[in-house]
Write a protein that binds this ligand. Structure first.
Ligand code: TRP
Length: 368
């Protein structure tokens, strides 16, 4: 908003003064957020790769909902371009985008308060990503987990470029809206470091334009583990379906999965993630959903063995998820409404994205 207003003002000033060339210093000052405190801008993204599980919910979506009550601009993006890095069918993609939209709304993301939109409908994401790619050294991306863990060099001839440059697109997502805060799981911290490095180096060369970005993550709740293998994170791709609880799971499924969760031979309920990952995972789920501390959760479970505690945790999960599931199925039926909501968000996001990207073009000297 500010940018386009000040930009127009500058051209008007130039016309008045009849100065054909804008002085570089003046231009940098114009786009600078350095002197006035930057507005709080929150950005986060979620891939449309199926129904979110409890780990996604507690690690990210729950924060997204809470942040709506705090001041600042909010952008929540369905990052469909990122999800293309692991190819899926056309039907899967179409379904997943609507599924995730309905899930976010069911979790009470408010599309009036937050700009909820689809990444690929705002082409400036990929444009800015190109600009970033021209300024980031190849080797900087080599050790990032998205590449190292998923490249599968033997299968796809050295790995696909999209998977390699994934963090550049993520940097573009964040900086396109000049985000100051990114709620995300702490596995995303490496990407935020890259974002901040890039912003600093761009600002050094072209004048202060991008803010530094802070990750908002709560390490206690962000690491919900696989119920069947509590040494690894709960994941959409985990081997056993019983290892994860999806936020639309029915009550019986939730009860069954928690009953079958791997714990250990000690029957007392204690919180010790290193030595007792299984039971500590249940404590974390309990805490995350009830907004209590691990000590409070263990106090509640003082006279229980792990079997009885599993029943308690299952009830907490069911109480929390069943209204979300009901809302989800209702919202999911009306695809046209979901598309309308996304369209509204796409338009709002595009407006800001265009303004900011045009300012970048101007700083780079490619806007005549
Ligand atoms: N990489 C994130 C994930 O896998 C998704 C994402 C894309 C994202 N762009 C983002 C998260 C920008 C935060 C900010 O979960």
């Amino acid at each position: 908003m500010t940018n386009i207003c000040t930009f127009r003002t500058l051209s008007q000033v130039c016309v008045k003064r009849k100065c054909p060339k804008v002085h570089l210093k003046e231009l940098r000052k114009l786009y600078s957020t350095h002197n006035n405190k930057p507005n709080r801008v929150i950005f986060s993204g979620i891939q449309p790769t199926g129904i979110p599980h409890l780990g996604n919910y507690l690690g990210a979506i729950k924060h997204w909902v809470k942040l709506q009550n705090k001041p600042g601009d909010i952008y929540y993006s369905i990052v469909d371009l990122h999800s293309l890095t692991i190819p899926k069918s056309r039907t899967f993609m179409r379904t997943s985008i609507l599924d995730i939209t309905a899930c976010l709304l069911a979790c009470e993301i408010n599309p009036e308060r937050a700009v909820l939109y689809q990444q690929s409908c705002v082409p400036e994401h990929t444009l800015l990503s190109w600009v970033i790619g021209c300024l980031v050294p190849v080797n900087r991306l080599k050790h990032l987990p998205q590449w190292k863990e998923k490249q599968m060099p033997s299968v796809d001839g050295g790995g696909h470029i999209g998977r390699y440059t994934y963090p550049l697109l993520q940097t573009a997502d964040i900086l396109l809206y000049k985000a100051t805060h990114v709620p995300a799981g702490d596995d995303q911290a490496v990407h935020l470091i890259l974002t901040n490095e890039f912003a600093k180096s761009f600002n050094r060369t072209h004048g202060h334009f991008f803010p530094q970005t802070q990750i908002i993550s709560d390490p206690t709740f962000a690491r919900i583990r696989d119920l069947r293998n509590p040494t690894v994170k709960m994941s959409k791709s985990s081997q056993s379906e019983n290892g994860r609880i999806e936020i639309t799971d029915y009550d019986d499924a939730i009860r069954g999965k928690i009953k079958r969760a791997i714990t250990d031979c000690t029957s007392a309920v204690t919180y010790d993630p290193d030595n007792r990952p299984g039971v500590s995972n249940l404590v974390q789920i309990h805490c995350g959903l009830s907004d209590i501390t691990p000590t409070e959760a263990c106090n509640t479970a003082q006279n229980m063995d792990t079997g009885a505690y599993k029943t308690l945790v299952a009830n907490v999960v069911i109480d929390h998820l069943s209204p979300i599931r009901e809302r989800y199925f209702e919202l999911r039926q009306d695809e046209n409404r979901l598309k309308e909501i996304l369209k509204y968000g796409n338009q709002r996001a595009a407006k800001v994205a265009k303004e900011n990207f045009n300012a970048v073009r101007d700083l780079l000297g490619i806007q005549l």
